[in-house]
Each structure stands twice: as C-alpha cells, then as structure tokens.
Design a protein around this ligand. Structure first.
Ligand code: 13P
Length: 251
C-alpha cells in the first residue's frame, strides 16, 4: 500500500553548516517519535552527502531538488541522476513549478529526467499543479491531466508504480494561501482516477500523492485527514525544525 510521506523542500535556502544543523535537529527530534510517515529532507545538491552522513537513514531519507536531463558529459554546471544517487539520496524532486516557470522545464525535458532518475534507482517526487489563472478559468483539471500525460504516461506501469506525486497548486506556493481541504481532496481524487484510467486501480491505489503549498503545522492535520492526501511537500515550514516536526506529527 501507499506510504504517508512528509518531505521538506528547502529550495535555495541554508548554507552548508546551516543545513547540516537543521538536518541534525530534525534527526534528533524524529529519533524520539514513533513515526507514522516517511520523512524526507530535500536539500540543495551541495548538502546531500553531508546531510546523508548525519541522519539515521531508517528514519530520514534525503532528496535532491532536481537532476540533469542528460546522463553525463559536457553539460557545465549540471548534476546527473547518477551523481545524486551516489550521495546516498533516495529521492529527487522533479517538475517543481519553480523549475517549470523559471528554468523552462517542459514536460518533455521532465520526462527525460524521470527516466534517468529511475535508471539510477532514484524515486522521483514529481510535481504537478495549475497556476491561478488556470484555476479561475476552470482549467485546473485539464492542466494537471496534461502534465501527467505528457510528463509521465509514457512510463511502463512498473516504472510509474515507483513514483511519488505532489500536487502543488502554484497559487498556494509561498503565498500563505493554502488550498482548502476540499480543493486538495478533489484534485487528489482526480489525479488518482486519472492514474487508474491509465494504469489500473492497483497502481493508482499504491501511489502516494502529496499536497504542497503553504502547508504548516496548523493546517496539516486537516489536509492529511483526506483519503487521497498521503502527506505533504513542504517549503517554508521545512526550514524550521519545530514547524517541520509539527507537520510530521500531524499523522
Ligand atoms: P511552501 O510550503 O513554502 O508554500 O512551498 C511549497 C513548495 O513549493 C514545496 O515544494
């Protein structure tokens, strides 16, 4: 069955010493808790191997926030999926709306990244979600469906079954404006049905679908109580151990 997951996405925050200190703080806190979810720290590339050394991998997993769409070679400044995997990272966030919007990552590029991640035994946390104008025009279901179809649906059922999805309505990211519990459940149920139509009910039921966008210790419990919300992808509130812990213990 699908897992409950709380994943932090630190984005471009924390120097290396600050990141190590935060990881240690989270690690010490979760050591004393009977966890009801998998905990993931999504750190900048340069933090990955150091953070992997200071956390208990039985309780805390590490994720990159991106990887290259090429396997290796003359791509100055890029970091490959194989390099990410060699740090001890288990996950890689792909298709975040900030990557799509600011770095021109198309569905086709993301599909290449997903395939390379899987070839290197990394689990993609694949992000999908609409912008405000699309929701206001009542196009949010179409947008999310097309992101799934064009980014992921060329995968085999076996490969698709390895993924984690994150629904992140762009209008809720970093804005303090969370999707309501009803809006989150409605979209998560739609995503699960779209997966079921393509890959069958078993694959759909086994896929963890996280919610992301201004999730915090005050709203996490209500969001996570929904039958199709399997946890959260957390930005701002993952940068303070106490806030992140508050979300982790919402399960
Ligand atoms: P915030 O939690 O800061 O809104 O960010 C969400 C997000 O983009 C996680 O990937």
């Amino acid at each position: 069955m699908r897992k409950n997951i709380v994943a932090g996405n630190w984005k471009m925050n924390k120097t290396l010493p600050e990141g190590i200190a935060l990881a240690k703080e989270v690690n010490e806190a979760v050591a004393t808790i009977d966890l009801a979810c998998e905990v993931i720290l999504g750190t900048p590339f340069i933090h990955l191997s150091s953070v992997a050394l200071v956390v208990d991998s039985n309780k805390v997993s590490i994720s990159a926030q991106n990887c290259a769409d090429k396997a290796s070679g003359a791509y100055t400044g890029e970091v490959s999926a194989a390099m990410v995997a060699s740090t001890g990272a288990k996950y890689v966030i792909l298709g975040h709306s900030e990557r799509r919007a600011y770095y021109g990552e198309t569905d086709a590029i993301l599909n290449e990244k997903v395939k390379l991640a899987l070839e290197n035994n990394l689990i993609p946390i694949f992000c999908i979600g609409e912008v405000l104008e699309e929701r206001e025009a009542d196009k949010h279901f179409d947008v999310v469906k097309s992101q799934l179809e064009n980014g992921l649906f060329s995968l085999s059922a076996e490969d698709f079954g390895k993924l984690v999805l994150a629904y992140e309505p762009v209008w809720a990211i970093g804005t303090g404006k969370t999707a309501s519990s009803e809006q989150a459940q409605e979209m998560h149920a739609f995503i699960r049905k779209t997966i079921a139509d393509k890959y069958g009910k078993e694959v759909a039921d086994n896929t963890s679908i996280l919610y992301g966008g201004s999730c915090n210790p005050s709203n996490a419990k209500e969001l996570f109580a929904n039958p199709d919300v399997d946890g959260g992808l957390i930005g701002g509130a993952s940068l303070k151990a106490q806030d992140f812990l508050g979300i982790i213990t919402s399960f």
